[in-house]
Design a protein around this ligand. Structure first.
Ligand code: 9D3
Length: 224
């Protein structure tokens, strides 16, 4: 699968692509992760990607032309172009699974106060937000989406990390985890986990996961 992030911060993306599980997915040849510099599709001396808003007001607006030129070059008949924007539908595990079925994703990251509306209206296939908080740009949201999608590619995770048993796929939170020492500053690991009775451990984990979900994310149990 190929994912391209179109941004004015390509170096930020390349750093993230090189590390950890994303880096491993690239080395294994399972993911082709690219960062395209939007300024490459400008032609003026200052490599301008933004301009003042029609109608006035504060802030700058991203221009349509460099984005259109970039997408004309980057997109293929197989690509899905996704605009990262606070106005988009909220990203989720199910959207990550949907995106992981696409052979090519192009994530368009905005900056400044907004993007010329004609980009959303005519140049993209989807518009996605990662949640209700304001960031300074769309580059981190694009990396969040890329990260969530890459780990769903078959072979990217080892058996021990398997995406199938993820808590969000199961619809509840994960159970608590512990490792050595069994007691630290008087804080004890639950006795049942030290015993090796696998049925008892499973029972405890299911109950603890359900309890955590009921307390902190009751919306997940209501099917929200
Ligand atoms: C005052 C109106 N603002 C919208 C809430 C303007 C604005 C602020 C920050 C427009 C864009 C941005 C930069 N953020 C993104 O591009 C972005 C984003 C986000 O800020 N939060 C969650 N998801 C996303 S996806 C892209």
């Amino acid at each position: 699968m190929k994912i391209t992030i179109l941004t004015i911060f390509p170096e930020v993306c390349r750093c993230v692509f090189a590390e950890s599980i994303m880096g491993r997915a690239v080395s294994k040849g399972l993911a082709d992760l690219q960062a395209a510099d939007l300024r490459k599709w400008t032609s003026d001396r200052h490599r301008t990607v933004d301009d003042t808003p029609y109608g006035g007001g504060p802030g700058m607006v991203m221009k349509i032309e460099p984005i259109d030129l970039a997408l004309s070059e980057l997109r293929t008949p197989q690509s899905k172009v996704v605009l990262m924007s606070p106005q988009g539908r909220k990203f989720s595990d199910s959207i990550a699974r949907e995106f992981s079925q696409c052979p090519e994703l192009i994530l368009l990251s905005g900056h400044y106060e907004g993007i010329d509306q004609r980009v959303a209206d005519h140049l993209v296939d989807d518009e996605v937000s990662i949640g209700d908080y304001v960031l300074t740009s769309g580059v981190l949201p694009a990396l969040v989406v890329a990260d969530a999608v890459v780990r769903l590619i078959p072979g990217v995770l080892g058996d021990s990390e398997s995406a199938a048993q993820d808590s969000f796929a199961a619809g509840i939170l994960d159970h608590p985890h512990y490792t050595r020492p069994a007691e630290y500053k008087g804080w004890k690991v639950p006795e049942v986990l030290l015993g090796g009775h696998h049925a008892e451990i499973e029972k405890w984990r299911r109950a603890a996961a359900l309890e955590a979900t009921r307390k902190r994310r009751p919306d997940l149990l209501k099917g929200g």
